[in-house]
Design a protein around this ligand. Structure first.
Ligand code: F6P
Length: 543
């Protein structure tokens, strides 16, 4: 199945023969107005594609490709709540999670926008109760520490956002310590528990399915720890759970079965994909960190991006262009590695968040019609705070043999507020590095005089395509815009590749096999049908 057997694709293949021979430095020499032509703005976000190996003509062909792939119709289907997650027979309605209350969207006779806002209000009351120190542990002491137990989409989004937006804490939220625990082996949790006060700790069990073994194993350890605490001796287990556990899930019954009473439930829905869920009640830790007002600002930023994505012509549509530029690199220039480089320490968890968002969504090789693809889909994505990565893997970006497309993400302004002047210089230093690195990666050593006199080991060939995403400031609002931008980018690419980005069947078999292997670690006779490597390793472990 070749989704690229279309008229626009034929033009793009032809065009790529020409552009593939060009160096980005040459493109800048030929056209001094590249920035004006190839950078696009929405509100407080600017995206610059001028350091990509493309021209306005490339973008035109790519937009035609999107037309041929009926992208407009797919966007409509996404927003209308059609069941476009066909393998699970569900809509993917993360856009509804940030739609204002004065709108409505009927799904099987229910207005999901009203449902969303009822749950936001419920979350808001909970946030208020914890911030005002009215949530008491079972000895009557106010809670001052929250531990989010979750994994994947039930961990990465809130974890990233709390780190990114910590500066927006209110005095009430600053008093609360927030931790994230995800590792299945319990190492995150055990290193934390020894430092926590059981009388003042509240655990949030975040799991859409409430069946994820990683999360349930950590939850069980937390419950045992609370039960074993001396201050809780003689106390009823149900009281301990009521005062020290909140459940966030799309499966109320499983929360009840685990022991969490209904009063401590927050809900979201099957139509919210795990990796698209930080806008739902899964975002409770975010709301606790930055307050409900900040959380609603984040939703507002995402909503602005949603409206822009839904209503703007492709030629000026940021998520569409970001996606199409990726398609150009991956499918026409054969670049299948993608580095995410935030020049902002607050965005340190953005790369791992995007790893899940992009690779769990589009890391697939069968189409919606169950055909094998014969083209590349999701690239390998990885990243790190840009300035730290400069001292780690930039050597490969500059002088290695692998072509890599790079996203530079930063903000123009920081530390203007009185009392932060001492850091202003560091922000400028950071910006100058961000600009210098994208310049060298794209243009190579043509940016310095007499570079061609240098020995080969000192040369920088450049021609690595770079996009710069520049926020005016990092705030809950611009952060919401940024994440929604990437979500929609992923959707657009899935449409071009004809794959379903909302399921993740590729991770299921590992869970089944692991469950089957568990007995083999304790009973030798359960090992018989295994391959020699797995068997050998088990015997070595059990020795
Ligand atoms: O195993 C993958 C996955 O299903 C992700 O898609 C999801 O975000 C994560 O596990 C956690 O799932 P849950 O929220 O149901 O615990």
């Amino acid at each position: 199945m070749n989704v690229f057997a279309t008229d626009a694709s034929a033009r793009l293949y032809e065009h790529a023969k020409f552009m593939g021979q060009r160096h980005i430095a040459q493109l800048f020499q030929e056209d001094p107005n590249r920035f004006q032509k190839l950078s696009f703005e929405l509100d407080e976000l600017l995206v610059d594609f001028a350091k990509q190996r493309l021209s306005t003509e490339t973008l035109q062909h790519l937009c035609q490709l999107a037309e041929e792939k009926a992208l407009k119709r797919w966007i409509k289907r996404l927003f209308n709540g059609e069941k476009i997650n066909t393998s699970e027979n569900r809509p993917a309605l993360h856009t509804a999670l940030r739609t204002p209350i004065d709108q409505s969207l009927l799904l099987d006779g229910t207005d999901v926008i009203q449902q969303v806002h009822e749950n936001l209000d419920r979350m808001s009351r909970l946030v208020e109760c914890i911030h005002s120190e009215q949530w008491l542990g079972c000895t009557g002491t106010p809670i001052n520490t929250l531990v989010n137990i979750g994994v994947g989409g039930s961990d990465l989004g809130p974890f990233m956002a709390c780190k990114a937006l910590g500066e927006f804490s209110s005095p009430a939220s600053e008093k609360l310590e927030i931790h994230f625990v995800s590792s299945m082996d319990g190492s995150h949790l055990s290193s934390l528990l020894s430092k926590l006060d059981p009388t003042r700790t509240l655990f949030v069990i975040s799991s859409k399915s409430f069946t994820t073994i990683d999360t349930l194993a950590n939850a069980e350890t937390a419950r045992e720890w609370l039960k074993r605490a001396e201050v809780h001796a003689e106390m009823d287990e149900s009281l301990i759970i009521k005062r020290h556990f909140i459940g966030v899930s799309a499966s109320p019954q499983r929360m009840v079965d685990w022991g969490i009473p209904e009063s401590n439930h927050l809900y979201f829905w099957e139509w919210t994909g795990g990796r698209y869920s930080m806008w739902s009640t899964i975002g409770l830790p975010i709301a606790l960190r930055i307050g409900m007002e900040g959380f609603r600002d984040m939703l507002a930023g995402a909503h602005v991006m949603d409206c822009h994505f839904r209503d703007t012509p492709f030629t000026e549509n940021l998520p569409v262009l970001l996606a199409l530029v990726g398609i150009w690199n991956i499918n026409f220039l054969n670049i299948t590695a993608h580095a995410i480089l935030p020049y902002d320490g607050r965005l340190s968890h953005l790369p791992s968040y995007l790893e899940q968002l992009e690779m769990e969504s589009n890391g697939k090789s069968t189409t919606r019609h169950n055909d094998q693809v014969n083209y590349h889909t999701c690239p390998i994505l990885w990243g790190e705070i840009g300035t730290n990565a400069q001292h780690a893997f930039y050597q490969l970006l500059h002088q290695g043999t692998v072509p890599v497309m790079c996203d530079f993400i930063t903000s123009a302004k920081r530390y203007e507020a009185p009392g932060h002047e001492e850091l202003k210089h560091q922000h400028q230093l950071n910006l100058s590095n961000c600009l210098a690195q994208s310049q060298i990666l794209a243009l190579g050593d043509t940016v310095i005089k007499d570079a061609d006199q240098a020995p080969a080991y000192k040369r920088y060939r450049g021609n690595q395509p770079c996009t710069t995403l520049l926020m005016q400031r990092l705030s809950p609002y611009t952060f919401g815009m940024l994440i929604a931008l990437y979500e929609h980018k992923v959707f657009v690419q899935s449409v071009i590749w004809d794959i379903n980005p909302f399921d993740q069947w590729g991770v299921e078999l590992g869970k089944t096999i692991a469950t089957g292997l568990l007995p083999a670690l304790t009973q030798e006779q359960a090992c018989e049908a295994l391959d020699s490597s797995t068997l050998g390793l088990i015997r070595h472990i059990n020795r």
